[in-house]
Ligand binder design. Structure first.
Ligand SMILES: C[S@@+](CC[C@H](N)C(=O)[O-])C[C@H]1O[C@@H](n2cnc3c(N)ncnc32)[C@H](O)[C@@H]1O
Length: 280
């Protein structure tokens, strides 16, 4: 029997480590983390859309689901530093386009919504719409998405990343996820443009990593490592990031890549074992 007070596994890297708990995240946030000790929380909860997780029933009555996420939000608030960032990734399903916004509304009672980032999984750009753009030679369609066979609903090519903070005044390192200027004459012309990098804005194209077999992603609903990596970099200086719904550890891998400490909670041992394998 797992002792819920001790981590399931700690994996050191550099001068930091990833600490995984096989534990309900509400209990974990309340029992295993000090108040105001966390710089960044990046997570993606179950969306309540009937995904086939092995240990979690993803179809609660809506009000129960929202009340549960509100409780978790309050526990996140307790452990988050005053200048911390809480990045919450949520998506919808075709027949229910309000899920993400309903979740945002309950968290609104406890946080300020400082940014709304659109995680763009796939995009099509026609050459004719961009005009004489030197880097675009023809029509492009990039990224992966699950096709929706329906005459009513468009393919769902985006999800939300809600950036919640305690007071709405957290200073970000926008250039850490910035992009080069297309028109280099902007450098030096604007006071803010001291180097060849600008704010990329709130539409982030983050494609899924191509998986060859189910073995490569033994989980039905992951986000790409690049997503938590960009969130943590945008927040700026961070020592500890937490993912209450760790899954197979995409946020843990991002933390390892960035050399910062990670704490994650997950109720499914198989997912945690897969997360651990990704870090070894
Ligand atoms: C959307 S997935 C997260 C996937 C993760 N972002 C990744 O890339 O691997 C949500 C996860 O939450 C887990 N989960 C559900 N209820 C939980 C709870 N009460 N405490 C901790 N984890 C839970 C599920 O088992 C599932 O793996």
């Amino acid at each position: 029997m797992q002792n819920h007070e001790t981590p399931y596994r700690v994996i050191p890297y550099g001068s930091s480590a990833a600490t995984f708990y096989l534990k309900d995240c509400l209990a974990g946030l309340n029992e295993n983390l000090e108040e105001k000790s966390v710089d960044v929380v990046v997570t993606s909860p179950p969306y309540n859309i009937g995904i086939n997780y092995s240990r979690y029933r993803d179809s609660l009555p809506r009000q129960e689901y929202l009340a549960w996420l509100e409780d978790i939000g309050q526990s996140v608030k307790r452990v988050l530093a005053e200048d911390g960032s809480f990045f919450l990734n949520v998506g919808n399903k075709p027949k229910d386009q309000w899920i993400a916004w309903d979740v945002a509304c309950v968290l609104r009672r406890h946080f300020v919504l400082q940014n709304v980032i659109h995680w763009v999984k796939s995009i099509a750009i026609s050459k004719k719409d961009v005009g004489n753009y030197p880097n675009i030679a023809g029509d492009i369609a990039v990224g992966h998405f699950k096709p929706i066979v329906s005459s009513r609903f468009l393919n769902d090519c985006q999800e939300y990343i809600f950036h919640f903070t305690k007071n709405g005044d957290v200073r970000l390192d926008k250039l850490a996820v910035g992009i080069p200027y297309q028109d280099k004459t902007n450098i030096g012309r604007w006071k803010a443009a001291k180097e060849d990098r600008r704010d990329r804005g709130n539409t982030w194209f983050i494609p899924y990593e191509t998986v060859r077999s189910r073995k490569d992603r033994p989980h039905p609903a992951t986000f790409p490592v690049m997503l938590p990596e960009m969130c943590i970099k945008l927040h700026g200086k961070a020592r500890l990031a937490v993912d209450p719904f760790a899954g197979i550890g995409s946020t843990a891998v991002a933390c390892r890549n960035l050399g910062i400490a990670f704490v994650g909670f997950e109720i499914d041992r198989e997912y945690l074992d897969a997360a651990i394998l990704r870090l070894l």
